[in-house]
Design a protein around this ligand. Structure first.
Ligand code: FPP
Length: 239
């Protein structure tokens, strides 16, 4: 899918960075920043239909984030649980279909149950596809996918000679999603930190200085408009 009819990105992925610094600048604990960050998610989701974004994928917790203090990890897990409970109604009302990607095994049972419920509750919605990456790492995802693929080969369901670029993505967590057209990272860091490694091979990137709790409708709209002005050549010469 090379060109979207409206020329803007159809799938935007966001690395929501800078919550901790935003809180520190205000003399508050890091979790204060994460709570402020969670409040920005709704505004960004609600902007999507107005600018033709059908898929929004956000990086909420990485496989590396377990290295943070126990207080911060527990606070974030608690925030995710509360977010799902609190936002379920408005997400449904707005027509948002929610999916989660990442490895669920390390997450606690209550959180997994809430995630499953929200996925089921919103399964019929079509206005925006919101994918929340939780305990997600691109390398971990590729490793888990490869394990399943290898199992299919071992079971005789897949022939090694038939494995190509089209095969592996079918085993990724994102198998139902198109690749992201645009990846945005807030807070001034210019790296992708293990996010959607396979899927973002041809994505455009925007690294912006704004800290995530200060990001909103206006800047999101401007970045998507900026994308519309670029020409993507996918390694070819272009038109
Ligand atoms: C990065 O900021 C942010 C995170 C690791 C957590 C992202 C979570 C949210 C935005 C909140 C909730 C999201 C949902 C879906 C409810 P950082 O802590 O790395 O900031 P820093 O780089 O300034 O320290």
């Amino acid at each position: 899918m090379k060109h979207t009819p409206h020329n803007g990105p159809r799938h935007v992925a966001i690395i929501m960075d800078g919550n901790g610094r935003w809180a520190t600048q205000r003399g508050r604990p890091r979790l204060f920043g994460h709570h402020a960050g969670a409040r920005r998610v709704r505004e960004v989701v609600e902007t999507c239909p107005d600018i033709g974004v059908k898929y929004l994928t956000i990086f909420a917790f990485s496989t590396e984030n377990w290295k943070r203090t126990q207080v911060e990890v527990a606070g974030l897990m608690n925030l995710f649980r509360r977010y799902i409970i609190k936002e379920a109604k408005s997400l449904t009302h707005f027509g948002v279909r929610v999916r989660f990607i990442g490895d669920r095994v390390r997450l606690d049972d209550k959180l997994i149950e809430l995630m499953n419920e929200l996925e089921e509750l919103t399964a019929g919605n079509t206005v925006v596809n919101l994918t929340i990456a939780l305990n997600y790492g691109g390398r971990d995802e590729v490793a888990r996918a490869t394990k399943r693929l290898a199992q299919d080969v071992a079971d005789g369901k897949l022939m090694p000679e038939n494995v190509d670029e089209e095969t592996l993505p079918k085993y990724l967590d994102t198998y139902v999603l198109p690749d992201p057209d645009l990846v945005i990272r807030t807070s001034g860091e210019a790296r992708i930190s293990n996010f959607l490694l396979w899927q973002s091979a041809y994505s455009e990137y925007e690294f912006i200085d704004t800290l995530w709790p200060d990001f909103g409708r206006e800047e999101f709209t401007a970045l998507c408009a900026n994308y519309g002005g670029r020409s993507r050549r996918y390694g070819g010469v272009g038109t």
